[in-house]
Design a binder for this molecule. Structure first.
Ligand code: CTP
Length: 407
């Protein structure tokens, strides 16, 4: 599910981190979300209502009594029309109000009048955060079923280093996406390999392939947003950011990836093997850089086969549900099903790989015991969500199957 069409109320309270909410508003509106900004008087000292109005495209409300509203029941009107309320940044004072049910301004009043989820994103000096009063208030928010996101540790506006910084707007945005995703993989432990392996030849050279890791990372993020506990084993990738909500382990060679997978697999319900694993590695890795010598032929290279990670997991006595990927350069239908059978996995996702390497879009075909099902072309993140749905349906059983059609 994407965020387009959702209505969010974004509440700003008095903190220097208000500037981060400007960026958050931009991310949300770009995703098609209607953002209704409400500010406390203190927040207006840090960012102007005009800025927030321009970014959200909606009037900004500050006071409980606002003559722009016919009924003058702004706190009820605003809290009723939204799918969720996000308080970012949430100051220590506002958190204290929330914990005790005080409602003496528009934002604190509409929050009490809500009938939708509430997310609170704290931002304050680290001593204020650590203060037992604040911690007691936060514990109260948890007990009241309010989601508290962050804070982060790092350099603070006051120059001190500590815990209390508001988490980055991109992270808040990810949490909002996650909030709206159906939790189809709740309680499931998912292990994903992504990226390419690198097989060294000498200290400066090696063999790799063109996989970017984008599909594996998108799947890890989508699975986490669907409620799974996700562990990502990553080879070489062109992305640096660990997907939201996942734990990550970096490896280089196929053998290292095999060892890492085998260590985690017994704690896994679903294994999704997206990595482009090198089939072979050099028999001998030279300790020193191989030099060229004038007049001599290039040195011969000898390879041995790497372990097949996916096939090895599928052959375990009690394997997790295994999902393979296959990037073929031709004959997708024939090669995809043959590969699924050879690896003995219930589901294989095939594409014409070289066309999509490094790109944001992808077009895939699902191969399972019932036949092949092409999925419409989509960006990798939307596709990842569809694939998570498809995997969840096969593992746990649920409605809305995609119709199976031959290619
Ligand atoms: N795979 C793996 N370990 C390997 C090779 C492949 O786990 N040593 C997994 C990939 O992660 C992918 C699936 O197997 O999920 C298919 O990968 P692919 O490279 O297409 O398969 P190969 O068996 O190497 O077949 P090909 O001869 O077409 O390269």
């Amino acid at each position: 599910m994407n965020l387009a069409g959702k209505q969010l109320l974004l509440g700003l309270t008095g903190s220097i981190a208000c500037y981060k909410s400007a960026e958050l508003t931009r991310l949300l509106t770009q995703a098609g979300v209607t953002v209704q900004v409400t500010m406390t008087e203190a927040a207006t000292q840090f960012i102007t209502p005009a800025t927030m109005q321009a970014l959200s495209g909606n009037p900004v409300y500050i006071r409980l009594c606002d003559t722009r509203i016919d009924s003058n029941m702004l706190h009820i009107d605003l809290s009723r029309r939204v799918d969720a309320i996000v308080i970012a940044p949430a100051s220590a004072d506002f958190i204290a109000k929330l914990a005790h049910g005080l409602c003496n301004d528009l934002l604190s009043t509409l929050v009490i009048a809500r009938d939708c989820p509430l997310l609170v994103v704290p931002a304050m000096n680290s001593q204020m955060w650590q203060n037992s009063v604040t911690q007691r208030n936060i514990a109260q928010l948890h007990a009241d079923g309010i989601m508290v996101l962050g804070p982060d540790t790092g350099l603070q506006a006051c120059g001190e280093i500590g815990n209390g910084r508001m988490i980055e707007p991109e992270t808040v945005y990810e949490e909002i996406i996650a909030l709206f995703q159906p939790k189809k993989l709740a309680g499931q432990r998912v292990l994903i390999t992504a990226g390419s392996t690198f097989e060294p030849i000498d200290p400066v050279r090696g063999i790799t392939n063109r996989s970017s890791g984008k599909m594996g990372f998108a799947l890890a993020r989508a699975a986490a947003q669907a409620g799974a506990r996700v562990h990502l084993i990553s080879g070489l990738v062109t992305l640096f950011k660990t997907p939201w909500g996942t734990s990550r382990e970096n490896v280089q060679t196929a053998q290292q990836m095999y060892d890492a997978v085998m260590e985690s697999v017994y704690d896994t319900d679903i294994f999704i093997s997206v990595a482009a694993v090198a089939d072979w590695r050099a028999v001998q890795v030279s300790e020193h850089k191989i030099k060229k010598t004038a007049g001599q032929l290039p040195p011969p290279m000898y390879f041995i086969e790497n372990p097949d990670i996916l096939a090895s997991v599928a052959a375990l006595p009690a394997p997790p549900y295994c999902v393979g990927f296959a990037a073929e350069s031709s004959e997708l239908r024939m090669n995809g099903e043959a590969k699924r059978r050879r690896k003995n996995v219930p589901l294989l996702i095939g594409n014409l790989g070289p066309k999509t390497f490094g790109k944001d879009g992808n077009e895939v075909v699902l191969f399972d015991a019932d036949g092949s099902t092409p999925l419409p072309r989509a960006d990798k993140q939307s596709l990842a969500r569809t694939l998570v749905d498809e995997i969840a349906r096969r593992v746990l059983g649920s409605s809305t199957p995609l119709s199976s059609s031959g290619l």
